[in-house]
Write a protein that binds this ligand. Structure first.
Ligand SMILES: [Zn+2]
Length: 468
């Protein structure tokens, strides 16, 4: 690649050989102590003289790195044949890309004040507990064959685990991601443990997740109002997207005590089987469905508000996408016998169909609210979810027609009192009219859909009770 100069090793070659003790591929096998002590000297020099450390492609034995490095540290493609213990402060760039650890590595408590690169590193096991990354932390393509511990690690800059592979537990317990975290194409072969972690924006696009634990996780820290300057006003709030992510063992993918109002499950695999325990979904605002407080998902907002449900591709969602998320969430809750919550997703599913046409465009007001079957179905029975609505409509109809009969002095009995008028109205309502006046006919026509929806709502209610 142009722009790069070849790294010239400044160390003396071993007598009778072409390379220095660090670059010779066998020297470390016999003289591990010599390597450790020589490297310790180079480290000390870098710390003391605030000079960059070039240890590119070194063969290293047991190392222990401490101190404050003011200049860049390059451990690029180094081979760590023994354990590595780093507890240091890196004030400048830190590059470990391409390094291979044949043993464990601990960075516990280290501080990276500038960008750090761990691209394509292979760690046998890695400990990054309590590490603070002030700038970009790059773990793209990093391999973790053993445990990876990021307990209470703080990522103040962006972080990328794009294409990384965690063959064992990936422990991000109490980690804080203060900027966007990229977990696209990441593979979690064991559990992805994010309990009590905090995100401001994250992307799990196409990541392969065997098991997951999001307990007490903050999926999107709300923006602080004071922090928000005028030019930041248009900036969308973060989203945690699981677009096309695959939860391979959904019964072991747990979301508990989490607010999911800014989480997208657009085309997430096995969404119908993920474990949603004590989760909060976004509730619809305004008069559209405020009666029910129906559930509202970020994808539906993406339909109208031009916010991208998927931060990677910025792709727009279609009405079908939104409906699919609602349907699979309803399935999920029905399987868990949580019918009230399932009902809320069902109402949302119907609402989307009522409000938007197939192209995702809002239908005209009159169609949305009155002149469509769905609009009427909502008015009469909240899509069969409410039995109180048809009961209220029944009362209105029967009393309305009682007054109409009274005003028009229409009675099926020769001598008529109020009780007869009520019985007339009720009989017509229940399709057993005592006359064939047009009042009877109109009342029967109007009562049919009300009785029908009442039947549907009650049937649904009882069936759920029995199944429970
Ligand atoms: Zn050398």
């Amino acid at each position: 690649m142009s722009g790069y100069t070849k790294f010239e090793c400044p160390n003396r070659a071993i007598v009778g050989a072409t390379k220095c003790i660090f670059h010779d591929s066998n020297y470390w096998r016999q003289y591990s102590n010599a390597i450790s002590s020589e490297f310790a000297e180079q480290l000390q020099k870098a710390v003391k003289e605030k000079q960059p450390l070039y240890a590119i492609g070194y063969n290293l034995t047991a190392i222990n790195i401490k101190g404050e490095f003011h200049a860049p540290v390059y451990l690029t493609s180094a081979l760590f044949h023994s354990g590595a213990d780093l507890n240091a402060r890196f004030l400048s760039v830190f590059d470990l890309s391409g390094a291979v650890f044949e043993n464990g590595a601990s960075f516990a408590g280290s501080v990276f004040q500038d960008a750090s690169g761990f691209y394509g590193v292979t760690f046998q096991y890695a400990i990054f507990n309590w590490v603070k990354f002030y700038k970009y932390a790059g773990f793209t393509g990093t391999k973790f064959p053993g445990d990876a511990r990021f307990n209470a690690t703080i990522f103040l800059g962006q972080s990328s685990f794009n294409g990384a592979r965690f063959s064992n537990v990936a422990d991000f317990h109490r980690a804080v991601f203060a900027k966007h975290a990229d977990f696209a194409w990441t593979r979690f072969d064991d559990v992805a443990y994010f309990a009590e972690a905090k995100f401001i924006s994250a992307n799990f696009f196409r990541s392969q997740i065997q098991q997951a634990n999001f307990t007490d996780t903050t999926l999107v820290i709300p923006y602080n109002k004071e922090q928000k300057s005028d030019d930041e006003k248009d900036e969308p709030k973060g989203i945690v997207s699981f677009h096309l992510a695959n939860f391979a063992q959904p019964s072991k993918a747990i979301f508990d005590k989490v607010n999911l109002s800014r989480t997208s499950f657009h085309r997430t695999e096995n969404l119908d089987q993920i474990q949603f325990l004590n989760v909060d979904w976004m509730r619809a605002q305004g008069n559209q469905g405020s009666i029910t407080g129906r559930t509202h998902i970020i994808e539906e907002r993406a339909l109208t508000e031009q916010i991208a449900a998927d931060p990677v591709t910025g792709s727009n969602v279609t009405r079908e996408d939104v409906l699919s998320v609602y349907r699979r969430l309803r399935d999920n809750y029905e399987k868990a016998a949580r019918y009230d919550d399932a009902g809320r997703f069902f109402v949302s599913e119907m609402e989307v169909q009522r409000i938007f046409d197939k192209k995702g465009v809002k239908r005209p007001w009159i169609v949305r609210n009155i002149l469509s079957l769905l609009a009427l179905y909502k008015i009469f029975a909240l899509y069969g979810e409410s039995y109180t609505r048809p009961l209220i409509w029944s009362t209105i109809l029967v009393t309305g027609f009682f007054f109409l009969r009274f005003l028009m002095s229409y009675c099926t009995e020769p001598t008529c009192n109020d009780a007869d008028l009520i019985i007339d109205s009720l009989s017509a309502f229940f399709q057993l009219p005592r006359g064939d006046h047009y009042i009877d006919i109109i009342e029967r026509i109007l009562s049919a859909p009300i009785l029908g929806t009442l039947f549907i709502a009650l049937k649904r209610k009882f069936e759920r009770k029995i199944r429970r």
